[in-house]
Design a binder for this molecule. Structure first.
Ligand SMILES: Cc1ncc(C[n+]2csc(CCOP(=O)(O)OP(=O)(O)O)c2C)c(N)n1
Length: 621
């Protein structure tokens, strides 16, 4: 709260000077870096000057302090402003600021948690506020700590539906610990926003969503100060609509089209800095939180895990819900979220047993993943569930969660065309491809309930983003409850000394392959059948050995589109071995309609009949 350098006391003049310093440093870093968004930083500089010097409670020396406030730049491209704040807070040096956007610098084009004071990666617009909702949920319902979540939003990103999902959920959950600050600078990237400077339109909508709305001049420190003071007193979330100018403070930049994402050219830098009053050396002593409590949550089990055991056919989705419920009994950090399909995904079983650790996210899959990321920021181990196919609409959030280094577990039920009568809108046939492509992800696809229970337990200890794909209908029990299913492993379900063809599959088609194996055995043909339940990482060694044993003859069958699924995962793994293949790929190539699962799998050629004929065709090649 104090200043040094030019020895001012906090107040309007101090804030004005600090705002100008943040502008100057945003220009200097982006001009030095040769790219970046100075004008987007300049519009919000006064808002951040007042926030960091009077309202933010943050210990830069102890970013893990559970009592710290959270500041999220939803408009992540204003990174020059964020990094200039770090410099003003004395957290980074001038040289570090000037490394902006250079190779190897942690001060990347958009913020990521490689910087210890950044919670989550932003830069894909429309994500910071929904993630802030997740952090605020943790603060209010789990941590029960008085930290505040501040989110800086751009006005152009208000066109993203995910921002309005966040508005709904924040008021539904009464998140009075959340303040969104709208930098209403009228302009987006290529033109004016839909609302321009129509603050009333934003305010009316925010109020209709149950928020407290405050309209201010975003370059008037007194008004900003009053708005923050008002915001923290509310018993609802608050939306501060701050009318600003993009590029404010420099006449050649202010409120002009065509200046987005452009650094000030080197030849014009000095004049711009001079217009802003020159280089300053204000250091802000950001207030620390009142306390430094012990971490609120631990992943240490509080007892012995008692997983469910299955002896009769059961749906893997049911085993998911029951295993998660059991894990919740012994892991206080495990929380669950669902997109209003918990009776289908079976997350309901967890919700009923652990209502205090379950968050209903309604039909808002982007908000669900964002909230899970926000909960993981606070050290929780979230499991988010919906139909596998509906995660496609939250894919950008999953992609960004990987950049954030978030630990996130996702369960996609109703995988594949085997779900039958509901038809193609409900069928997950792209999910393996989507989830395999996520950086560092784990992709699991169980075929029976005991295997599912073990894999869900494994997920609770797996870092990064893990995905389990579950099946709607009951499947027979194949494995005993004492078997282990490590990530990266596989199970060889059928094996003999004279296998003609290797069949690799996972999930529901394992059972089709077993039927085919039995039928083929009756004809004198044996197959090596591998259950590749760990699709990523794949057990390449076992598959390669099997393929080598069967003279390169390989069938992969999957209830998924051919693109990006198990077949391509297997081919990619084998390509490194140089093995010459005689290969058949059985996957969903058609557009299914309604019917029974059996009819649809038969039509697509991924049932026992299709597998048996592919083996017959290959075995003599
Ligand atoms: C989802 C998404 N779409 C497009 C972009 C490209 N983009 C970066 S900044 C920007 C304009 C942002 O305008 P606004 O939110 O008003 O912030 P300002 O720069 O005006 O302060 C756009 C379209 C993006 N980063 N993310």
């Amino acid at each position: 709260m104090t200043s040094q350098g030019d020895q001012q006391t906090i107040g309007v003049e101090y804030w004005r000077a600090l705002g100008q310093q943040l502008r100057v440093d945003s220009i200097r870093s982006s001009t030095t870096g040769g790219s970046g968004h100075p004008t987007s930083s300049m519009s919000a500089a006064d808002l951040m000057a007042v926030l960091m010097s009077r309202y933010l409670r943050y210990d830069f020396d102890e970013p893990e302090n559970p009592a710290n406030d959270h500041l999220i730049f939803s408009k992540g491209h204003a990174s020059p402003l964020l990094y200039s704040m770090y410099k003003a807070a004395g957290a980074i040096t001038e040289d570090e600021l000037m490394s902006f956007r250079s190779f190897g610098s942690r001060f990347q084009g958009h913020p990521t948690p490689v910087i210890p004071w950044v919670d989550v990666a932003t830069g894909s617009l429309g994500q910071g506020l929904p993630i802030g909702v997740g952090v605020a949920l943790a603060g209010k319902y789990l941590d029960r700590l008085p930290y505040h979540v501040w989110v800086l939003c751009g006005d152009s990103e208000m066109a993203e539906g995910s921002m309005w999902e966040a508005f709904q959920h924040a008021s539904h959950y009464g998140l009075d610990n959340l303040t969104a600050i709208l930098d209403m600078n009228r302009l987006g990237q290529s033109g004016e926003t839909m609302d321009g400077w129509n603050g009333d339109h934003y305010a009316r909508r925010a109020e209709a969503f149950g928020w407290h709305a405050i309209q201010i001049d975003g370059h008037n420190p007194e008004e900003i100060d009053h708005a923050y003071a008002e915001a923290i007193e509310q018993d609802t979330p608050t939306f501060i609509i701050a009318r600003t100018e993009k590029g404010h403070g420099v006449s050649s930049l202010a409120n002009q089209l065509g200046k987005h994402g452009k650094p000030v050219p080197q030849g014009e830098e000095d004049a711009a800095i001079e217009e802003l009053g020159g280089n300053r050396g204000i250091t802000v002593e950001v207030q620390k939180p009142d306390s430094s409590p012990e971490p609120t949550v631990t992943s240490e089990p509080t007892g012995t895990l008692d997983l469910p055991v299955y002896e009769e056919a059961e749906a893997t989705r049911t085993a998911y819900g029951e295993a998660l419920r059991a894990i919740g009994n012994v892991r206080e950090d495990v929380v669950a979220l669902d997109g209003e399909v918990s009776d289908s995904t079976r997350a309901q079983k967890f919700a009923e047993a652990h209502p205090d650790k379950y968050f209903e996210m309604y039909i808002a899959e982007q908000q669900m993943i964002a909230a899970a990321v926000g909960l993981s920021v606070r050290g929780y181990a979230p499991f988010a569930s919906s139909f596998a196919t509906f995660f496609t609409r939250a894919y950008d959030f999953i992609r960004m969660a990987a950049i954030s280094g978030a630990n996130l577990r996702i369960s996609g039920s109703h995988a594949g065309i085997s779900i039958g009568p509901d038809g193609p809108s409900q069928m997950g046939v792209e999910d393996i491809a989507m989830m395999r492509a996520v950086h560092g992800s784990t992709v699991l696809y169980p075929c029976d309930a005991n295997q599912t229970a073990k894999l869900v337990a494994g997920m609770s200890d797996t870092g990064g983003i893990s995905f389990i794909r579950t099946t709607r209908d009951s499947t027979p029990i194949l494995y005993g409850s004492d078997e282990e299913f490590p990530v990266g492993g596989s199970k060889t379900v059928r094996e003999s000394g004279e296998d003609a063809v290797t069949v690799v599959t996972a999930g529901i088609t394992v059972h089709e392959a077993i039927k085919a194996a039995d039928e083929l055995a009756g004809e004198g043909t044996n197959i090596r059948l591998i259950d590749a339940y760990s699709v990523k990482p794949l057990d390449a060694a076992t598959i390669h050995a099997a393929v080598a044993d069967t003279n390169g003859r390989l069938v992969v069958v999957e209830d998924h589109h051919p693109e990006g699924g198990i077949g391509e995962a297997v081919l990619s793994a084998l390509s490194e071995t140089g093995e010459e293949l005689k290969f058949r790929h059985l996957a969903v190539n058609n557009m299914p309609g309604s019917g029974t699962g059996a009819e649809l799998m038969n039509e697509a050629g991924i049932d026992s009949e299709g597998i048996a004929s592919a083996v017959r065709e290959l075995k003599n090649k």
